[in-house]
Design a protein around this ligand. Sequence first.
Ligand code: CA
Ligand code: CA
Ligand code: CA
Ligand code: CA
Length: 440
Amino acid sequence: MKAQVVTILFASLLVATHQESSVYPGCWTQWFDRDNPSGNGDFENLAIQREQTPGKICDNPLDIEVRTVTGGSMASTGDIFTAADTITGFVCENNKQTQTKMCSDYEVRYLCPVEFCYPKGCWTEWFDRDDPSGTGDWETLTDIIKEKPGKICENPLYLEAQTTSGKSVESTGDVISVASPSSGLVCENKNQKDGSCEDYQVRFYCPDEFCMIKSCWTEWYDRDNPSGTGDWETLEDLYLKHPGEICEYPLEIDVLTTSGGSVASTGDTIAISDTSTGFVCKNADQNGHLCEDYKVRFRCPEEFCESKGCWTEWFDRDNPSGKGDWENLELLLQENPGKICEYPLQIEVQTTSGNSVASTGNVITASDPNTGFICENSKQPAGKRCEDFKVRFFCPEDFCKSVVDPNGGQQNDQFCKYYKVCYSSSGGSYIETLNNPPCP
Ligand SMILES: [Ca+2]
Ligand SMILES: [Ca+2]
Ligand SMILES: [Ca+2]
Ligand SMILES: [Ca+2]
């Protein structure tokens, strides 16, 4: 009985801490109330809830919060609880109550990691711009944006903070003046008992628009078939087979069957699928059948993307006089065989006169390296039409080395003589061909 009380106190302490703190890198699920106390009690078990609402709760919740369905606190009911944790979930059994009454009716929710809440977002690097030697440690968002342009978004969703030696903020006992994703972290020496803050570092979780600009996907790889012990698409093997094409520390892994189906749709039990090992499906883990054949790709950080690949020439295949301006990849690939890679890493779009997309005020239907660019006249504000846009794509290095003769012929020695990738000092690059200007 004593142990239970301790558990509950501990749980509610954690809840309180996280509720007050917007710093914690996660989000709360909806409230779940699957049971009523009329039977043996109120059973809000995590495992059962997961089965009933697949995909709504993360695999490893960071915390649980419990309240009565009328919004009362756990303590207010006087009930004795069997469990209130992130492993079991919540259980209150009627026969464990000392008072002659049933359990109250409770609902629960879980704190999930930010990667679950916003799977397409990304963490920035750690920033440590200040030392506490002056008035304190000022790791403010405005300063970091100024000092590290392009390394951080302007509207982060979450902040994570720790000391430069990796200790949690709570463990230092410091009184923190400011800690939020919109402001960053400020610790002032004058507010500390010992007159000095620890040295902190911060990182921010940014929305997907930012992440996609600052990272790139590799091509899809399918090096193995499931005919042996399974389908082994490990990074170790892929590095060997495709040297230089995949970054050392991928940010994300993406897996599909070779026919494009989702992993979940196969029902296969997957042994490994992560950014440190890659992907493994073992035939032995399946119930008497073979694994499906899978392909994988990886999302790599900006530094890697910039260095490995080349820009195509600019394409302007359509005019906005009809339904809009359709510079979509599918048609561009058909109309310009060999001049664009099948899986571009990035897209760049401008008006044909060289202005930015933002400057046009057009509502854009699609603008990504998989789809290409589409602007539809029907989606524009009243009285407005799409401008005429041009696009170009950033292609993986493999493609750059094997660009087909822009005049339609196959790659040959003659072509290789005039094909060259030009790199500019600002980091951009393009292919020097008959249609593109020579390297400066
Ligand atoms: Ca309930
Ligand atoms: Ca610092
Ligand atoms: Ca495979
Ligand atoms: Ca156009």
